[in-house]
Design a binder for this molecule. Structure first.
Ligand code: KIV
Ligand code: ZN
Length: 514
């Protein structure tokens, strides 16, 4: 029997997190995130929803066969095609789980699934039984559990357990519950299923209560929490991994539970997910925001200088927050580069390393020294582009100023073909993006544009994340450069490349979302 005081951390960044609008990770990025989650020691990684598309299937398969440590899970509706596809994708894993689900609330049954209660119960029985034929580790989720009639919900869970489910998940799919209600619901479910079945929470953040509700679940007997790094996910997102991790760590005695996370990896995991998804972390976000450990008031600064505990309840070193060290310059070689990456926990395959090194050299020639944060940003831009690269930016020329109309000319390469085009715009960034659009022959609408600097100072690398709408689909791109116009152009082209890659069928079929 497993330790009753341990809360399992089930990470759904790659599945529910990746469903957030505009996020479309490449396979390499997904594998990189999964490897980082393994370093963080999460108990379960939900790698994706294999039936939703070929790209998604391949990514789950790659993660299952290469990432060691955590249980690898995949999502499936309670239908044979989904469950068989999930099993196929997962079978290379050391330990794996099928996570199967169906909606149970009246509103979903009536207006979405058009199914009766009896049909749902039959679906659960058959689906869970089929999954158990592939693996003993089967989780069942009742989608929209918090708006489901209680007796029917308990009946669904009873049927799932009887068919062999070992984890029962109680999702607050629409983020509607309040902590006292959700806690009560989890307690009722806990009391109605056998002790060896693990009760899980899956809380969405529509009312900003995902973490509070998950905590209420833990207090009332849940021993698995479904979370996403930086709280990303559908709409307002999911319960944030780092917040629940640090609540359980900091208030372990009061809660009477613990987890097995390797907390030193929290900060790096948050950074990696933010960089690859293009979802930046708000500065005042608990635990991982850039201001989470910054003290502005003189009184606070004075207190912290003599004893950190006067105003800090957590040690930033515990979550792996070490300063921003200068690490490399233009004379650094490939070895030093690989070494510096290894020190911040990044290991790349030879091909990715070569490309990232070439990019590093290009930037180091234009910037005197690069910090560990710069390196992480370069790698993330490179990983994002390697798979999606349909067009490569060969050169960019821009002109403009207070009295000149901004113009830009670009040269792109697609295989052997070189394409040149130019455009005018409202500003130099606008002109550069217009020229790229013309050269690539893609109609794109800019949805969001976010520019920040990787570190401080006027010589900082500019870090640009754009979200475009291409053929009705939102895609994100990221670009890093010493020059903000070039960073914007790179981000714009990365997003276009990603859209083309998805259109070519090498991406998630986001139309089939749970
Ligand atoms: O929010 C939800 O209900 C889900 C399920 C598929 C678990 O994501
Ligand atoms: Zn969800």
């Amino acid at each position: 029997m497993s330790d009753p005081d341990v809360v399992r951390i089930f990470d759904t960044t790659l599945r529910d997190g990746e469903q957030a609008p505009g996020i479309a990770l490449t396979k390499a990025e997904k594998v990189e995130i999964a490897e980082q989650l393994a370093r963080l020691d999460v108990d379960i990684i939900e790698a994706g929803f294999p039936v939703s598309g070929e790209g998604e299937f391949q990514a789950v398969r790659e993660i299952a066969s290469s990432v060691r440590g955590p249980v690898i899970a995949a999502l499936a509706r309670v239908v044979p095609g989904d469950i068989e596809r999930a099993a196929e994708a997962l079978k290379g894993a050391e330990r794996w789980r099928i996570h199967t689900f169906i909606s149970t609330s009246q509103i979903h049954l009536q207006d979405m699934l058009r199914m009766s209660y009896d049909q749902v119960l039959e679906g659960i029985r058959d689906g869970v039984k089929l999954a158990v034929g592939f693996t003993e580790d089967v989780e069942f989720s009742a989608q929209d559990a918090t708006r489901t009639e209680l007796d029917f919900l308990l009946e669904c869970f009873r049927v799932a357990v009887e068919a062999g489910a070992t984890t029962i998940n109680v999702p607050d799919t629409v983020g509607y519950a309040m902590p006292h209600e959700f806690g009560e619901l989890v307690r009722t479910v806990r009391e109605s299923v056998p002790d060896q079945v693990v009760i899980s929470t899956h809380c969405h953040n529509d009312l900003g209560l995902a973490v509070a509700n998950s905590l209420a679940g833990i207090v009332n007997g849940a021993r698995q929490v479904e979370v996403a790094v930086n709280g990303i996910g559908e709409r307002a997102g999911n319960c944030s991994l780092e917040e629940i991790a640090m609540i359980v760590r900091t208030r372990s005695e009061a809660l009477g539970v613990r987890h097995h996370l390797n907390l030193k990896e929290i900060s790096r995991t948050s950074r990696l997910v933010s960089m690859t998804t293009g979802y930046s972390v708000q500065p005042n976000k608990a635990v991982v925001g850039s201001s989470a450990f910054a003290h502005e008031s003189g009184i606070h600064q004075h207190g912290v200088l003599s004893n950190r505990a006067t105003y800090e309840i957590m040690d930033p070193l515990e979550i792996g927050l070490e300063g921003n060290r200068l690490v490399l310059g233009k004379h650094s070689g490939r070895h030093a580069f690989a070494d510096a990456l290894a020190k911040i926990g990044i290991e790349l395959e030879a091909d990715h390393l070569n490309r990232a090194f070439a990019r590093f050299k290009e930037l180091a020639d234009r910037k005197i020294q690069l910090t560990d944060q710069d390196l992480a940003a370069i790698v993330s831009e490179e990983l994002g582009s390697t798979e999606a690269e349909v067009f490569v930016l060969e050169s960019l020329q821009v002109g403009g100023g207070t009295h000149l109309s901004p113009t830009a000319s670009v040269r792109l390469r697609r295989g052997e073909e070189v394409i040149e085009d130019s455009a005018m715009g409202d500003g130099m960034i606008d002109a550069a993006c217009g020229a790229i659009q013309r050269a690539a022959g893609v109609e794109a609408r800019l949805v969001t544009f976010n520019v920040s600097s990787v570190t401080g100072g006027t010589d900082a690398l500019g870090d640009v994340v754009v979200q475009l709408e291409v053929d009705g689909r939102r895609v994100t791109g990221r670009g890093v450069s010493v020059d903000v116009v070039e960073a914007s152009a790179r981000a714009y082209l990365a997003a276009i490349n990603r859209a083309l890659q998805i259109a070519n069928g090498n991406g998630r079929g986001k139309d089939v979302k749970p």
